[in-house]
Design a protein around this ligand. Sequence first.
Ligand code: ZN
Length: 697
Amino acid sequence: MNSTKLFILPITVALTLSACKSSQREISDDAVILKKDSTMPDTSKSFEYISEQFADLRILRYEIPGFNELTLQQKELLYYLSEAALCGRDIAWDQNYKYALTIRKTIDAIVENYKGDVNSADYKNFIVYAKRVWFSRGIHHHYSSDKFMPECSQAYFTSLIKGLDISLLPVKQSETKEAFITRMMPVIFDPKVAPKKVSLDATKDMIINSAVNFYEGVNQEEAIAFYEKLTDRKSKTPVMVGLNSKLIKENGVIVEKTWKVGGMYTKAIEKIVYWLERAITVAENPEQKSALEKLVVFYKSGSLKDFDDYNIAWVKDSNSAIDVVNGFIEVYEDPLGKKGSYESVVSVKDFEASKRIAAIGANAQWFEDHSTLFPEHKKKNVKGISAKVINAVMESGDAAPSTPIGINLPNNEWIRETHGSKSVNLGNIVEAYDKAAGGSVVNEFYYNEAIKKNVLDYAGLADKLHTDMHEVIGHASGQIEPGVGQPHETLKNYASSLEEARADLVALYYLMDEKLVELGVMPSLDYGKAAYDEYITKGLMVQLSRLKLGDNIEEAHMRNRQMVAAWAYEKGKSQNVIEKKTENGKTYFVIKDYLKLRVLFGELLREIQRIKSKGDYQAGKNLIENYGVKVDLALHKEVLERYKKLSMAPYQGFIQPKLIPVMEGGKIVNVKVEYPTNFMNQMLEYGKNYSYLPAEN
Ligand code: ZN
C-alpha cells in the first residue's frame, strides 16, 4: 500500500504516513515537541490556535497566511474548490459506516432543537458524544477504529429523540419514532454491534468484521475472488481496481455500485462537479484547467482509466499557486486496501518556505561532496528530491477534522514511476500544531532554563530545516555498490529504520554546519544546537510516551530515533558528550559537547551508508536490535508518569476557515476569509448546508 500522508496525532500517538518516502508510513515527531518559531513573522499574536478539548481530542484552528494578497481570480478559485470539497463531506461519513449519517442527522436535530438545561450533566455528556461523532465522522474512533459509546444513558438519549418532532428525524419511510428508536439504540449503545470500523485481524473475515460501508452481503473470499477476476496482472498501466465503488450482493449476484454522477452518491457528486466546473473557469493555467476537466470527466464516467488520466494531468500541474486533492484517495479504511475514502485538501503554495527548500535542493551536490560518506558511496550526480510547502485553505472528508501534515500522491504506482508524484508539507497546519503545543513538554523534559529557552526559541525553524534536509538531501544521498541489491532485499525488515536513520543523520550532521547559515536558511548554529537537544531528549525519552509500558519499539522511525540517540550517548560516554543526570527523581539527557556529537553523527552516518551500500544485513540488524528496540523499563515508567501530568489530549483536529464571496451585481468582487471559533457550530452549519445524501446509502 502506498502511503501518502503524514499525520500528526500529536502527543501520544502521532502515527502516520509520510510525505517523505512513498510506500511507507512515518511517524511525525512534531507532536512530541513544542516549539515556538521566532523566525516566523508574528502577525498572529491575537490568533487563538486552541479552541477546546474533550474526551481524548483537542480542537485547533489554523490561519491561511497571505490570503488577502492573492488575486481575485485565485481567491475565487479557492472558494469554488472549497465548496467542492465540502459538498463531498457526507460521502466520507457514509463510507465509514452505513448508519453514520443516520446518527449524525439525529444528533444534529437534537442539538439544533434542544430547549432544556444545557448545563445538566446528562446533556453535557451527550454533547461530548456528539462532538466525538462529528470528529470521527461516525461512531468509531478515528484512530483506533474502536466503537465508542455515549457517556449518557440510553434512557436519556431516547428521551432526547422522543422530544423531537418526527419530521426532524432521519426515519425510514412510514417508520414510527418508536420503531426508529428501537432500530437505532443497539447501533449506538450495544458494544457488540459493529465494534470495529476496520478489522485487520487476518485470522477472521476482515470484511464481515469491519463496520465500513464498502461491502454489503459479501464476504472476504467473495470480494477477493471478484477483484481477482478484474485485475490485469500483465498490464503495465493497471488501474486501481475497486477504488470507487461499493461491492454488494443483490439477488445472489455480486455487483459494484460505482460512486459517480448517476451512480451511488450521485447527489453529492453532482454538487462537487458543479463547483469544479466553476473552478475550471478561473483556473490559473492550461495545465491546471486540464487536470480539473479530467477530474470532472472521471466523476461523470466513474471510469478508473479516467481517474488515472486525471492523476497524470494533476502531476503535470506543478506551477500553479493553488492546488487541490479531491477524490477517492486513501485506501486505509478498507481492510482489503481497495476502496478510496473521499477527501479533499485545497491549498495554496507557501512561497517563502518553498524558497528555503529550493535553496537546499540547489546545493544537493555540495552536501553530498562534503558528507562523511566513504568516497565510493557518494553520488557523483545527486539531485535533491523536489518538495514544496503548501498552506491548507480547506480540508474535508477523510482529511478533516483530523488532518495529514504531508501528502504524497497519486497512489497508483505505475503513474508514480512513469510520471512522478507531488510531495507537499502542509506548512500552516504544522505551524498551528507548534503554536498550540505551548511549552509544557519542553518544560518537563529539558534540563535547565537556558536549554528550554533555546529549544523554545529555535526548534521551530530547526525542525523545519531538519525535515527539509531529511527529505530533500537525506533520502537522495548515497549510492549502493554495483551488484548489491536494493535495501529491502538486503537489509530486509531493518531497511526502513536504517533508511530513516540515514536521512536523519544527514540532517543532523548539517544542522551544525555553517553552510546553512551561508545559504541564508538558518540564522546561526544555535538552531542546530536546539535541534540536537531535541533529538536526544525525544529519542531517549519523550517518544516513549507513545508506547505502552512493557512494549518494545516496533515502528521504524521510533526505532531509528532511539538507535541514533542511544548509540551517540554510548559512544560519547568516555568523553562525556551527553550526560545523563537525575535530579529530584527526574532523568535528563544533557549535551555537553555539540561539536563532538556532530562528529559522532557523522561517523554513524558513514557506517549506516556503508551498511546500505554493501547490503550488510548483520551489521544493520545489530545496530537496530542493540540500540533501537528495547526500552529501559524504569525510564519508560518515569516518562509515562511525567507525561500524564501534562494533561494533553493525544489527538487533534481542526476547525476549517470559512471563505465568503462578496457579490456585486451577480459577480464575485472579493472573497473574504473568516476563522470560526466554535467546532460545534461549524459541524451544525456543515450539516445544514452540505448534506446532500440520504441517511442510508
Ligand atoms: Zn524519511
